[in-house]
Design a protein around this ligand. Structure first.
Ligand SMILES: Nc1ncnc2c1ncn2[C@@H]1O[C@H](COP(=O)(O)OP(=O)(O)OP(=O)(O)O)[C@@H](O)[C@H]1O
Length: 320
């Protein structure tokens, strides 16, 4: 869906980009070690920084007044001037209406967007390389899992395929066991994953299996597309608590999310709010309301879920 209503366009100078950008978030790495050592290998923290990202695609021209356009293709801007930073230990959420560009931005950050992206994306100051790719986990919206395999079989096959050859078979199995415990999958470890025609694990467990597949390689950067979609609010909260714990172990975690409850919203350290590919806010979660009230936008009633307020803004339901 494309948002056609006028929305709050903020000049880039007005867009809040974390005032305390340079303050590292306290992570558990400074005290207890990570629970998920990839065969005793420690995490290498990644600071993900994206600045002034813009992405345009060529899309087939539409007819105007019944006349075929002289140009077969027109430029369509999917991202425009998006900036942000996520540090080890932080959980950043991308919010916005359907079609606002969240998946496009996440795919860009995962180094998987085809074509040219202008602006810069750096990973601890470096461009995207195969070494960064190895340290990045990417959980897509539509996970592909074999419906006849059990949870433990799914993760074991993924471990045997993805973990480096220098690990022994026992070490790979050890890694699978750690993930099963870490992600709370012990109760369903021997249940089949299932699919549209075969009843298997629950939606929340299935999501955790998808996250587990990416956790196998002990990623320093974890990117997730709508990990809570289709889940009830309690299960969504449990998944987000898991992601927050993974972040606090020293990972940088970025997730897209559609309509978080206020309990979920307050779990994020930072948010990027997109409207038609443009950022209307990028910064600390706790400063959102203060920022918008400083430029004349206040929620219609007290105790409004800040995420609902942000989505209203992104949909153009508030004007100056
Ligand atoms: N390769 C493409 N070709 C044409 N249009 C595209 C392409 N990729 C994305 N789009 C369009 O770009 C816009 C942003 O898509 P994107 O999937 O990033 O949105 P989103 O915010 O993640 O939406 P949702 O919440 O519904 O998943 C949409 O209008 C989509 O149709």
């Amino acid at each position: 869906m494309k948002n056609t209503t006028a929305h709050v366009k903020l000049p880039s100078s007005a867009t809040n980009t974390s005032r305390d950008d340079e303050t590292p978030f306290p992570t558990q790495n400074q005290s207890p070690p990570s629970q998920l050592p990839l065969a005793r290998e420690s995490l290498r923290p990644i600071t993900l920084r994206f600045e002034d990202l813009a992405y345009t695609i060529k899309s087939p021209s539409e007819e105007e007044n019944g006349l075929i356009s002289p140009k077969p293709y027109t430029d369509r801007i999917l991202l425009n001037g998006v900036s942000g930073v996520v540090r080890p230990g932080e959980l950043l959420a991308m919010l916005g209406p359907s079609g606002s560009g969240k998946t496009t931005l996440l795919t860009a950050l995962a180094g998987r967007l085809p074509g040219k992206i202008s602006g810069s994306i750096t990973y601890s100051g470096q461009p995207f390389t195969s070494s960064i790719k190895r340290k990045t986990g990417f959980v897509t919206q539509d996970d592909v899992l074999y419906q006849h395999l059990t949870v433990i079989e799914t993760l074991t096959y993924a471990a045997l395929l993805r973990l480096p050859k220098n690990l022994t078979h026992e070490e790979k199995i050890e890694q699978v066991e750690l993930i099963i415990t870490e992600l709370g999958l012990s109760n369903c470890r021997d249940s089949i994953v299932g699919g549209p025609l075969i009843r298997g694990v629950s939606g929340g467990e299935r999501k955790r299996v998808s996250i587990g597949q990416e956790m196998l390689v002990n990623p320093s950067l974890l990117l997730l597309d709508e990990p809570t979609s289709g889940l009830d609010s309690t299960t969504a909260l449990r998944i987000m608590s898991t992601l927050k714990a993974l972040a606090r172990e020293g990972r940088s975690v970025v997730t897209t999310i559609h309509q978080p409850s206020s309990r979920l919203y307050w779990m994020f350290d930072k948010v990027v709010v997109l409207s038609d590919g443009c950022p209307i806010y990028s910064g600390q979660t706790g400063q959102v309301m203060e920022y918008f009230s400083s430029i004349g936008h206040v929620p219609g009633f007290n105790f409004m879920n800040p995420a609902d307020f942000l989505l209203d803004l992104a949909n153009g339901n508030y004007r100056l």
